[in-house]
Design a protein around this ligand. Structure first.
Ligand code: FAD
Length: 509
């Protein structure tokens, strides 16, 4: 037996998470009669970082009908084809985790099987020249995918570097045009229903109450509803991911092709790692570190000594704990964004987790409450199950970067190397070493190719290649790889530079 329609959705928080939720809900649910109300406080502000994304964000933007070049213009955005990991395996070493698939396969097996065999035979020692995204990234080239393109190679796969504050502003205009109501001000109290502890309303400083059927907690690390009101609990992953602080600072660049690299750079530092993210108008930088292994002052000094250009502000500190809420959906509150948990931005996954949480919520959205005014626990359980798996798979992928290091030059890196990893990751590493196969589930965020880049980049090598790769003679293998390398070089030769692409198609005013 059903009770009342669930139509009033209250979003608490107007950071990237809040406005992404408001934009998608108003676009998809608004026409069906849902009323969406967002509350945010300028006085409290937003976290103010979050600049690198991964390719699925293009699906989100397309779902909203946003034009990609306009999005880049509005967010001072640039293109991201890969992440470069510098000094992660050992000082002096660098590799790319490039997006996208490898060249189309021969039908016999996967590209990596052939490459691994060629490597064993001494024909090649680097696989970047065979990967379109990697070569385009290294040479600073980019072209938007053209459906008419004919090529044996998979097209470039891209994401973006964006000013997340501008993105939130852009989505706010979009959402407000579609009827989202916004209330500015500080929530001072959460009103719970006496009979079941569901949230009835949030109360503003002036006493106004905003009531709803479903509350989306996008209030950031504080978790205003999910934690402060509902005491959901937090699963702490510091023992696997010990970094707990970051300094962030913007720096100037000259807009040259060399400055506008179409990739994020992550450089290992004595107690963590430093990001470099080029936007159109500035470069974002930050040092993510473990406060048990370096002092705040020393970490700030390390960051400031390693900027490409002049700092545009004083560095700002952020504190966090790796982990997740014990329940993402508790009673009638769904936590999204930093309110739901946090993993360091090594693989730029936070904004993606916002996207997947709100997509999942739309898929699982109940139409009516139960007779007692509650939500069927089966729905929340399914949301929590899928979200927990997603979090854990991403966590393991991030841990892999640390666990497979050869670095032993500081207490932080020695601890990373010696720390046990989650059993699921240990299993994947064993399978890869044995067979060169990535034992992952099909619906995971990071593809087989992503895992391969990081396994090989971090020095986790298989003992043997797949037998299918032996079906080519050595001469044919040579020709096969040379053909791919030549095709990659030809395609990249024909691409404009990334800086020219920005200048001609999406330069911000
Ligand atoms: P916030 O931005 O903190 O927003 C919280 C909102 O809640 C604000 O509007 C605030 O006003 C409101 N609020 C809170 N309390 C109240 C109250 N009492 N009353 C009214 N309103 C209230 N992600 C990526 O994808 N890529 C990256 O490269 C990346 N880098 C990061 C680097 C660091 C160091 C950190 C810490 C995070 C990074 N992230 C990154 C994560 C990313 O910044 C966040 O996931 C994203 O910005 C979403 O934040 P949010 O909206 O959940 O929270």
């Amino acid at each position: 037996m059903t009770f009342a329609p669930l139509r009033d959705i209250v979003i608490v928080g107007g950071g990237t998470a809040g406005w992404m939720a408001a934009a998608l809900f108003s676009h998809i649910l608004g026409p069906g009669g849902h009323r969406i109300h967002l509350v945010e406080s300028e006085e409290i502000g937003t976290v103010g970082v979050g600049e690198a994304t991964i390719p699925p964000i293009a699906i989100f933007n397309r779902a909203l009908g946003l034009d990609e070049n306009d999005f880049l213009r509005q967010t001072q955005g640039t293109i991201k084809l890969a992440i470069e990991f510098v000094d992660w395996l050992r000082p002096g070493h660098r590799y790319l985790h490039s997006f996208g698939a490898f060249s189309r396969s021969l039908g016999l097996g996967h590209f990596q099987d052939f490459w691994l065999r060629a490597h064993r035979l001494g024909m090649t020692d680097d696989w970047e020249p065979y990967i379109l995204n990697s070569v385009a990234a290294r040479r600073g080239r980019f072209i938007q995918p053209d459906p008419r393109r004919q090529s044996p190679l998979e097209p470039l796969a891209h994401a973006f570097h964006i000013d997340a504050g501008l993105y939130a502003r852009y989505l706010r205009r979009f959402a407000e045009q579609r009827g989202v109501r916004r209330t500015e001000g500080k929530i001072v109290r959460t009103v719970l229903r006496a009979h079941d502890g569901f949230v009835d309303a949030v109360e503003m400083a002036d006493g106004t109450r905003i009531a709803g059927d479903l509350f989306i907690d996008c209030s950031g690390f504080r978790g205003l509803l999910i934690e402060q009101a509902l005491n959901t609990g937090f699963e702490d992953w510091t023992h696997w991911l010990p970094c707990d602080r970051a300094w962030a600072v913007p720096s100037a660049h000259d807009g040259s092709a060399a400055a506008l690299t179409p990739y994020t750079r992550s450089t290992a530092r004595p107690a963590g790692w430093q990001w470099r993210i080029p936007l159109q108008h500035r470069t974002g930088n930050g040092y993510v570190y473990s406060s048990r292994h370096v002092s705040d002052d020393e970490a700030a000094a390390t960051l400031m000594a390693n900027l490409d250009g002049e700092a545009l502000a004083e560095p700002r500190q952020l504190r966090f704990t790796a982990g997740r809420r014990r329940r993402f959906w508790n009673r009638n509150v769904v936590a999204v964004g930093l309110a739901s948990g946090f993993m360091e931005p090594l693989e730029s996954t936070s904004i993606h987790l916002v996207q997947s949480a709100i997509s999942r919520l739309i898929t699982l959205l109940p139409n009516h409450s139960l007779a007692n005014g509650g939500v069927d626990p089966a729905v929340a359980d399914e949301f929590n199950r899928a979200s927990a798996i997603e979090y854990e798979r991403i966590r393991d992928f991030i841990i892999l970067h640390y666990a497979a290091t050869e670095r032993a030059d500081s207490p932080f890196w020695r601890a990373c190397r010696d720390r046990p990893v989650p059993e699921e990751l240990a299993r994947r590493m064993r399978v890869f070493r044995a067979l060169g196969r990535v034992a992952r589930d099909h619906d995971e965020l990071f593809s087989e190719v992503s895992w391969l880049h990081v396994f090989l980049g971090q020095g986790v090598w298989p003992r043997d290649h797949h037998p299918l790769a032996d079906q080519l003679s050595e001469e044919d293998l040579h020709c096969f790889l040379d053909d791919i390398k030549a095709a990659v070089a030809r395609e990249v030769d024909a691409m404009p530079t990334h800086a020219d692409f920005i200048a001609h198609h999406c330069k911000a005013d």
